[in-house]
Design a protein around this ligand. Structure first.
Ligand code: C2O
Length: 550
């Protein structure tokens, strides 16, 4: 067994973007944070030292954490946060996973700047299921705020209005040439003519689904969320926050500089969003670099800007997603007999409030979000996993509804009575080893919207998706049980549904939530409790001794 030790020092670091310098929270002073590289089968040991003034935790997004639930990271779910001055060592093996994942803070909105790539190579002597690329490039898409991110969050929480939008998108931490004072630092990736490169693309943005494309180049999609797929080519990708996509690109165009670009896919009606475009440069090496002194491209060598779909172009997204098929070599075992048939109506919501500074939503309301009309509230005294393990009463209830309390026309006209979720810290208990199906149904509560829903501790099969209300009689017959995509984050189509299946084979408490952080904060979350037999989680995994105290 190979063990890799890393040290993450969480700290405040001055960073300049868009002509302004302010302190952001980083890991080891780097933004984006360090790239972790490991192999399938390795054990990672990461000591996180909190030298910042905020509580923090780190989540290893997409790592299954088989029987290592204490290393998962979401604050108040599997651990209490690491307080300023304290440390915690995350220790977990990587088992039967390879591809592109990432890590990020899972505390407040700190992941806006606390994130990095987590690259897992196949076991030694196991080749990729495609020709070996000449090089590999991680590409992290992000968002940038000129304001301190905690104050952006406070504004959202304390006024109850929809949160502020970002000031820029970024590629590997840089906004790129189309923004003010950014061109000197624009990310640049060098390729040689004829080379094939593997781009490991990660959407690390806080609140925005993103289109991504590269001028004049076709992208061959080979993997998503660290699972291989049957290769297909496309000009444009769409990634929800949390998702990763591996693509092969062959440098088969005339030697020049080409822009890669990302901007919003935004489906919420009447919602403000950041409509800017971030760019980076794909530079063929035979092209002389622009003068080093000013670093800006001369007009003669200005890269080509690729066309991107309109911000609400759902047709392009559907055409793209419908091509995703798993490789059989992934060892697919799609559950066919279902033990737990769940239906989660998901979306936004509003909460009535008394007029005042904390009630800035329309018509005396506050912004909220929900699953099955429950707006999830994190506990404060302890984490859910500790409460379960130590049998602490009154922290959560086990009555998360398996189906909505009332069935309604989810994507049609939703009555106002259903716009107001109830607060709760509700878990749903799954029997160990049960076959689970969840219909994730978008709603028109406040607005229909495409939501990237992430499940901790599991990968799941996406057996179907479509628009309108899910209709079991019609839609079940069309499920793909042969080669469905396998993911950890699924974009539930705007005004539509997605159906996922998995086997509950990983004991622990596992959060499921919208990976748009404003929706997570609004309560778009729930958690599964998976026991290893009745009351048996204790016998399997004890918490590590340095688990942060609450
Ligand atoms: Cu990447 Cu709970 O998140």
């Amino acid at each position: 067994d190979i063990y890799f030790n890393f040290q993450f020092q969480v700290q405040s670091t001055p960073v300049k973007r868009l002509c302004k310098t302010h302190n952001i929270i980083t890991v080891n002073g780097q933004f984006p944070g360090p790239t972790l590289e490991a192999r399938d089968g390795d054990t990672l040991i990461i000591k996180v030292i909190n030298s910042a003034r905020y509580n923090v935790t780190i989540h290893w997004h997409g790592i299954r954490q088989m029987r290592t639930p204490w290393a998962d990271g979401p604050e108040y779910v599997t651990q209490c946060p690491i307080q300023p001055g304290a440390s915690y060592t995350y220790r977990f093996p990587i088992e039967n996973q390879d591809g592109t994942l990432w890590w990020h803070a899972h505390s407040k909105w700190l992941r806006a700047t606390v994130y990095g790539a987590l690259i897992i190579y196949p076991k030694i002597a196991v080749p990729y299921p495609f020709p070996k690329p000449n090089k590999e490039i991680p590409i992290l898409l992000g968002e940038w705020w000129n304001r301190d991110i905690i104050s952006v969050l406070r504004q959202a929480i304390f006024t109850g209005a929809a949160p502020n939008i970002s000031d820029a998108y970024t590629i590997n931490g840089q906004p790129g040439d189309l923004y003010r004072c950014s061109s000197k630092e624009t990310a640049k990736f060098h390729v040689k003519s004829g080379e094939t490169v593997l781009l490991r693309i990660i959407n690390a943005a806080l609140n925005q689904e993103l289109f991504f494309t590269i001028a004049n180049h076709m992208l061959t999609v080979v993997g998503n969320d660290a699972v291989y797929n049957k290769p297909f080519s496309t000009r444009v990708l769409m990634l929800g926050p949390g998702q990763t996509t591996n693509v092969l690109l062959t440098a088969n165009q005339p030697a020049a500089h080409y822009y890669m670009a990302a901007r919003a896919y935004n489906t919420a009606q009447n919602a403000a969003f950041d409509n800017t475009t971030t760019t980076a440069i794909l530079a063929y090496d035979s092209v002389p670099c622009p003068t080093k002194n000013n670093g800006t491209s001369s007009s003669s060598s200005k890269p080509l800007l690729p066309p991107l779909p309109r911000f609400n172009d759902t047709n392009t997204v559907t055409a793209y997603t419908s091509q995703l098929r798993s490789l059989q070599s992934n060892g697919l075992k799609v559950p066919t007999q279902i033990d737990e048939n769940l239906f989660f109506a998901v979306g936004l919501g509003i909460i009535n409030c008394a007029p005042g500074p904390r009630c800035q939503g329309p018509n005396n309301t506050r912004f909220a979000a929900s699953m099955n009309n429950v707006s999830f509230v994190l506990p404060r005294r302890t984490s859910l996993l500790q409460a379960y393990y130590q049998n602490i009463q009154g922290v959560y209830t086990l009555d998360f509804p398996a189906v909505p309390r009332v069935a309604f026309d989810y994507t049609g006209n939703v009555s106002r009575a259903l716009w107001q979720p109830r607060f709760g810290t509700k878990l749903y208990k799954l029997k160990y080893g049960s076959n689970v199906q969840i219909v994730l149904q978008d709603t028109a509560i406040v607005t229909t919207e495409d939501h990237p829903v992430h499940l901790h501790g599991y990968h799941f099969y996406v057996v179907g998706q479509g628009f309108g209300n899910f209709n079991p009689n019609r839609d079940t017959a069309r499920f793909n049980l042969v080669d469905p995509p396998v993911r950890n984050t699924i974009n539930v189509p705007v005004g539509g549904w997605a159906v996922i299946r998995f086997v509950a084979d990983n004991p622990g408490v596992w959060l499921m939530h919208c990976h748009i952080d404003s929706h997570l904060t609004g309560g778009f979350a729930m958690a599964f409790l998976v026991e290893n037999g009745p009351g048996k989680l204790q016998s399997v995994v004890a918490p590590p001794p340095d688990l942060p105290p609450c």
